[in-house]
Design a protein around this ligand. Structure first.
Ligand SMILES: Cc1cc2nc3c(=O)[nH]c(=O)nc-3n(C[C@H](O)[C@H](O)[C@H](O)COP(=O)(O)OP(=O)(O)OC[C@H]3O[C@@H](n4cnc5c(N)ncnc54)[C@H](O)[C@@H]3O)c2cc1C
Length: 289
């Protein structure tokens, strides 16, 4: 482990000032379940951790008429422990439930999962299809970035020096819509996704009026799959249109071979998981799940 200084911020302004003062080797510390491992293994040069878990705004979940705002440092167990989040945004709680195990979920956060910006991060495809927005604070004030636009390369994102994510908002889902998330791992738990998939659909009877698809672990960043949405929108639901969405996901997947899976397996999984997750989202949109 490299020597790392520790400072605790108690306000957003203090965190911005500490991060800015610390320069390029200062990093926010949320749950630490990624970044402490990276520091210990010297995969990242870090000389200052700025603990953001003592900033009230970052630890709050607030519901209002527009949706929910989840503080970036809220531990995952409180996210899936919130009955309103479970009922309205189950895709996110499905992902939160499988990140690590119980001990990890006591510390790890959605903000950390997003800002670590792994191509295989489990919560990101779920947040992407739900139109999540990251609220960012930094030396030049505040700005909002769609989670869809957040990751730019493996381990990289839009955050500039001194910036950090304060919270993530999920807009209230319209009536007749449903979202779901699934992943494939070769064992039952505690593994990194070979592929993961988020799906959201809006139905009008048997017709799909809107849809969003996202995949993880098939490209340098989690990706949206607009072609899968085009295969469904304006069409009646059927095995054929669901399969067409799966085919579009398979075509959009541009994975690599690595120790977790081959290109062929990942492309196959992109189709299978997209179709399964879509069927689950449809059941939810119909109020059946
Ligand atoms: C045993 C184990 C199992 C795991 N299993 C999974 C899994 O199944 N799925 C999965 O997706 N991940 C998994 N992970 C990885 C990790 O737990 C998650 O990515 C977790 O969500 C990270 O959250 P954290 O709060 O611990 O982030 P941290 O480690 O605190 O931070 C991660 C990165 O994001 C930055 N950061 C954190 N918060 C902010 C913020 N608000 N603004 C700006 N930058 C910020 C940090 O500086 C750091 O670079 C696992 C890790 C371990 C150790």
């Amino acid at each position: 482990m490299q020597p790392v200084k520790y400072k605790r911020a108690t306000s957003v302004a203090e965190a911005v000032s500490l991060l800015q003062g610390g320069g390029e080797f200062a990093r926010p510390l949320a749950g630490g379940t990624d970044v402490i491992v990276q520091a210990r293994e010297r995969r990242r040069d870090i000389d200052l951790f700025v603990d953001i878990k003592h900033i009230p705004e970052l630890m709050a979940i607030s519901h209002d008429a527009n949706g929910v705002t989840i503080g970036a440092a809220v531990p995952l167990h409180l996210v899936y422990g919130d009955a309103k989040i479970v009922s309205q945004w189950p895709a996110v709680t499905e992902a939160a439930h499988v990140i690590g195990g119980t001990a990890i979920q006591g510390r790890a956060t959605l903000g950390g999962n997003l800002c670590n910006s792994s191509p295989a991060a489990d919560s990101i495809p779920a947040m992407m299809v739900l139109d999540a927005v990251a609220h960012i604070a930094g030396p030049n004030g505040k700005r909002d970035v769609s989670v869809r636009e957040f990751c730019t390369a493996p381990g990289r994102n839009v955050l500039a020096l001194g910036e950090f994510v304060v919270s993530i908002s999920l807009p209230k889902p319209p009536a007749g819509s449903g979202g779901a998330w699934q992943r494939f791992i070769p064992r039952n738990e505690m593994d990194i996704a070979v592929v993961n998939a988020g799906v959201w659909v809006q139905l009008d009877g048997a017709n799909v009026t809107d849809a969003r698809f996202a995949l993880g672990a098939v490209a340098p960043t989690p990706i949206m799959v607009p072609a899968a949405a085009e295969a469904l929108i304006g069409k009646p639901l059927s095995d054929a249109t669901i399969a067409a969405a799966g085919d579009a996901a398979k075509a959009a997947a541009k994975p690599i071979d690595d120790m977790r899976g081959s290109v062929k397996q990942r492309k196959h999984l992109a189709k299978v998981l997209t179709e399964r997750t879509l069927r689950h989202a449809i059941e939810r949109a119909r109020g059946q799940a």
